[in-house]
Design a protein around this ligand. Structure first.
Ligand code: GLP
Length: 260
């Protein structure tokens, strides 16, 4: 796991965008794994800028989102399908047909989850997965004590997660109780994982993720088992890390050819 600590979300977004740009230039038909939540938004803004100003080309790329609420009507502004379209995919030249998300409105949720797993596999797997982290350490909607081997399925949201996400809805009562999410086993199969976290409210979850034991109580800690996981942190999110100085030293002395 590589931990990078920088002074603010903008330079973190630049680094993540650099990695995505390098991937697209090397492999124009790359499969991107997209996350919702506020943390990846500066990354999307930076990619949109590069698309507009430098012609960064998404025309052959594919995208799979991590998760989706269950029970929101199609087109609901807070459905993750809509959020991703509004915040990112609708602002670059990726084909809408190439953007996929788990179906939270399916009559047969288990069958839809299996179909999603099959679609990711048929596309050749995710090349680069962007992630945020919940205050309880979740990635996607893999809430505490999710199986570390889980696949795409329905999960019940923890109340804290509903409260955290209520800011996107009119009220807490409007936040669904269930979501479908890629599993931890699914996420582990992405070839490169980049997790972005900012703000003091993420400091404990980040400490558990990076320096805690691999344990389902903090599902993000499963990334310790991933061979290519990058954790991008601002100073506040990194403020509880014991080895922060070591991570800074490693990054400052990294060979320039290495990239993320
Ligand atoms: C939601 C999403 C997660 C995201 C988390 C944190 O729960 N399902 O994918 O990481 O929110 O969101 P934020 O970055 O807004 O703190």
């Amino acid at each position: 796991m590589e931990v990078v600590i920088l002074a603010g979300i903008r330079p973190l977004a630049t680094l993540a965008a650099d990695a995505i740009e390098a991937l697209l230039r090397r492999k124009p038909d790359a499969v991107l794994g997209l996350a919702t939540g506020s943390s990846p938004l500066p990354v999307y803004d930076e990619l949109v800028l590069r698309h507009e100003q430098r012609g960064l080309d998404f025309s052959r790329a594919h995208a799979f989102t991590l998760d989706e609420y269950v029970g929101l009507p199609a087109g609901h502004p807070q459905s993750y399908r809509e959020v991703i379209r509004r915040e990112f995919t609708g602002r670059v030249n990726i084909s809408p047909d190439n953007v996929h998300g788990p179906d939270g409105a399916a009559a047969d949720i288990p069958a839809a989850c299996q179909a999603y797993e099959d679609a990711i596999r048929a596309a050749g797997g995710v090349d680069l997965q962007l992630l945020g982290i919940g205050t309880d350490g979740h990635v996607g909607f893999n809430e505490p004590v999710s199986s570390l081997a889980s696949r795409t399925r329905i999960k019940t949201l923890v109340e804290q997660t509903r409260r955290d996400n209520a800011r996107f809805f009119g009220s807490l009562a409007e936040v669904p109780h269930h979501a479908v999410t890629q599993g931890l086993g699914t996420i582990l199969e992405a070839r490169h994982v980049i997790l972005v976290a900012a703000g003091a409210q993420k400091a404990q979850a980040v400490r558990d993720l990076v320096e805690g034991p691999v344990a389902a109580i903090c599902t993000a800690s499963v990334l310790q088992l991933h061979p290519h996981a990058t954790v991008l942190l601002d100073e506040a999110a990194a403020s509880s890390l014991r080895l922060a100085d070591y991570y800074r030293h490693s990054y400052d002395n990294k060979p320039s050819w290495q990239g993320l």
